[in-house]
Design a protein around this ligand. Structure first.
Ligand code: GRF
Length: 194
């Protein structure tokens, strides 16, 4: 039995696409059963549908400032689809303790830096401004502290002379697309064996 994964996105969903592609391998230990977005116009929703995966928006606008109400709707959709593990993939809204605690140990995120360095936004510019020679991405478990959960896997890329945030982000993104499917697969294999 493959682990049933739900993916949360906010935008283009290229990491989600990498997770979907890897899930096509017969020996992949997970299947993606649902993609949800907090924004109706997220381009990744169409990409997921084109891949034959149920995808819908639970738009945060419909919940006004009720963040937990929004997350309760996400949670209900995920449980309704029999999701066992959540993969955040460019989900750009900080979660409340409600959803984090409900899925503790079963929710992962990918972040574009070598955590604990550079949590938060705008990581590529900040790495360049700090003069670091190395950058990368991290898959981690989600805890209440933003970008603070236990590290599951990391990939490193060099910062090259002349890099700007765009060129650096493109290099990191290639690494993200390789790292996330592998980290999620390893995680699901361990979960199934436990
Ligand atoms: C990625 O860099 C991810 O690490 C970050 O936001 C970006 C999302 O890109 N959290 P995509 O939507 O997966 O293409």
């Amino acid at each position: 039995m493959k682990t049933r994964v739900g993916v949360l996105i906010s935008g283009r969903g290229s990491n989600m696409e990498a997770l979907i592609e890897a899930s096509r391998a017969p020996d992949c230990p997970y299947e993606i059963v649902l993609v949800l977005s907090n924004k109706s116009d997220a381009g990744g929703l169409e990409t997921a549908r084109a891949a034959g995966i149920e995808a819908r928006a639970v738009d945060q606008k419909d919940f006004f400032r009720d963040r937990e109400g929004h997350e309760r709707a996400l949670d209900a959709a995920l449980r309704g689809a029999g999701v066992e593990v959540i993969a955040l993939a460019g989900y750009m809204r900080v979660l409340t303790p409600f959803l984090v605690k409900a899925w503790e140990g079963r929710m992962m995120n990918i972040h574009p830096s070598l955590l604990p360095l550079f949590p938060g936004l705008d990581t590529h510019n900040r790495v360049i401004a700090a003069g670091h020679a190395e950058h990368g991405c991290t898959v981690h478990l989600v805890t209440v502290g933003v970008d603070e959960g236990p590290v599951v896997a990391q990939a490193r890329v060099p910062v090259l002379p002349g890099d700007d945030a765009q060129s650096l982000s493109e290099r990191v993104l290639v690494a993200e697309h390789q790292l996330y499917p592998k980290a999620l697969s390893d995680f699901c294999r361990k979960l199934a064996a436990a």
